[in-house]
Design a protein around this ligand. Structure first.
Ligand SMILES: [Zn+2]
Length: 138
């Protein structure tokens, strides 16, 4: 049930950035996160420490690496994001607005609700951006 651990919007954004850099040769460092999020390093450090406490990342010699739990939470948030924005676009919202709105919900919504929406949408395989929806958490 660790995937149901509450995170804040800022923690969500940090998780997303780390997830997006997952396949790069060198792990991210605090300065990279601070830069990418336009935050001061102490603010970024605070976010990193909070995610570390929740078990989503580990710090090693200045490198910040997502744990397996962190990776799975990242994937889940991305998945939720795509399903929610599909729902919104299907109901007449424009994509850009839907994408922004979805960022405020994708990390809060529970599995059951997202599964219901996904079923009701007819199990879409792609979001309106054309990115894959995998439903990995099922
Ligand atoms: Zn989006």
């Amino acid at each position: 049930m660790s995937n149901e651990t509450r995170i804040t919007k800022k923690e969500r954004d940090t998780l997303i950035i780390l997830g997006q850099h997952l396949n790069e040769e060198f792990p991210m460092r605090l300065v990279d996160i601070a830069l990418e999020m336009s935050l001061k390093p102490p603010t970024a450090l605070n976010l990193v420490k909070r995610l570390e406490k929740k078990g989503y990342l580990e710090r090693e010699k200045g490198m910040i690496v997502l744990t397996a739990t962190g990776i799975s939470r990242f994937r889940e948030v991305v998945e939720n994001h795509r399903i929610i924005e599909t729902l919104m676009v299907n109901n007449g919202m424009d994509l850009e607005k839907a994408c922004l709105m979805s960022e405020n919900i994708d990390f809060l919504i529970d599995h059951k609700s997202i599964d219901k929406i996904f079923e009701k949408l007819g199990k879409p395989t792609k979001c309106p951006h054309g990115r894959r929806i995998e439903q990995f958490h099922k």
